[in-house]
Ligand binder design. Sequence first.
Ligand SMILES: Cc1ncc(C[n+]2csc(CCO)c2C)c(N)n1
Length: 252
Amino acid sequence: MIGFVEFQDGAQGTAGGTPRRAEDGQAAWPAFAVWRSTAADPVFSEWLRSAAEPDWTAAVTHPFAAAISGGTADMRRYLIQDFQFVDTFTALLGAAVAAADRFEARVPFGRFLGQTVTDTERGYFHRALEALGVDAADMTSPELEPVTVSFRSLMDEARSSQDYSLVLAVLCVAEWVYLGWASRTVSPPEGFLHREWVELHSGPEFEAWVGFLRAELDRVGPALGEAAQRRVLTIFREAVRLERGFFDMAEG
Ligand SMILES: Cc1ncc(C[n+]2csc(CCO)c2C)c(N)n1
């Protein structure tokens, strides 16, 4: 079981100026209610993002991500593994449609599911994997890298929880981290493999999608009790750690 490890009460705050560490090995982090009183941007999604440092910055500035932007990354292993990631991610989007607390929140998930993931992105994967000479077996059932297994487990846990805040946290990490690195691209890479992958994760539509996911977290997060907020934090941090690990894996 990954994530969902609750912080011990005593793990928060500092003792003698030394930050204590939580049971699951992550740095202690103040409760949202405490953090909010002094934060520059006191929204729930920023509470989560800043708690996920240094992994957040390591992921969005990762050398492999920079190599995609620069058009030099070897995409083969990465895309084979990512197609398996996207399979589980698509199921998680379905869970968001089911778990959202109101109609107007279900709509963007349904739209993104139908228009982007199962259409534009699916098309990209099929063309890209074909161009890379990936055979049918590696397209549908490759040997999974450990980080892919862990990421799929985390998404499956969020999906089975049917808890909107947890589903949202994992989706938001996956999309926001990708907006983070792709937006750093200075000029579009030449080949379609790199260029379209950058285009899928940047631009006004993708920004609006990430804005929606953040706004949902900012809407539902503050209304949760402290223990539930901690559970969201734990799964958010774990997802960011896996995003970083996924790029490490892709680098080989
Ligand atoms: C490890 C990993 N994390 C996040 C994404 C981003 N992502 C996954 S599905 C999807 C929707 C369509 O673009 C997006 C943006 C990824 N591909 N791989």
